[in-house]
Design a protein around this ligand. Sequence first.
Ligand code: AMP
Length: 289
Amino acid sequence: MELIRIPRIMHDTAGGHLLHGRSIGFVPTMGALHEGHLSLVRRAKMENDITVVSIFVNPMQFGPAEDLDKYPIDMDGDTEKLRREEVDILFMPDASHIYPKGFSTHIEVEKLSDRLCGAFRPGHFRGVATVVAKLFNIVRPTRAYFGQKDFQQAVIIKKMVKDLDMAIDAVICPTMRENDGLAMSSRNSYLNARERKAAAVISKCLIQTTELIKSGIIDIESIRRFMKEKLSEEPLIAEIEYASVYSPETLDELDRVEKGALLAVALKIGKTRLIDNMLVESQNKIAGR
Ligand code: AMP
């Protein structure tokens, strides 16, 4: 595995591969790698000639009161995991190379970035879209891989790719989960033992709500009440930011679930913010649709 730290070198190395007709699969991450990340790496390896993984904790996507300073870092562990997966290139730039002095260009994907997490993390998706656009220009991928775990992020990247005519296939991959259903996340390491146990309530709530919708309950009021009640059964939940049903395309909250819908939750357990989602197909499609 080649370790590259300088954007220009990454750009030129990618150029060499492209010139030889090799496809490049790219997995952007913030490190502290787990099986969720590695599932994206395996998919990228399967579908491309060359696989590039980036590790960059992007300061631009963290708010002033967020966890940038204590975001988990495990460089040795990450390098070893990627080596074992036989990744071709690990791109690990310094913030000073990504955002040199005087940097002043940003990518803003309107509307989609204000919904769901965007309402609670102002500027977050602007930071995500900006860094991903930069990484795309540097790594020059044929395909890039994102987890459904961060569904809003993936939808925003797909929209950016379309709106800006980027010749990149952005692929959304399934969420990897722990045995009790908790979506894998680097932030799970912040949870103490009691909080970790309590966190299983999120995926349980999503599964039970899926069943509720499949049983024919499709109005938003009933669904939202059900989700809040389920989550509130867990006393360690400090705050529910959102728990409802949304259009997977526009991310607008739905009045009724009549076709495919996104169930999404963001909440805090102690000080740790966790998100999860599931896609659901209603059985109650309106006749003729
Ligand atoms: P992060 O390092 O948290 O920025 O995540 C890097 C990529 O891994 C993003 O596309 C995430 O959506 C994806 N990812 C994170 N957790 C999971 C998971 N549990 N299953 C699948 N993909 C994931």
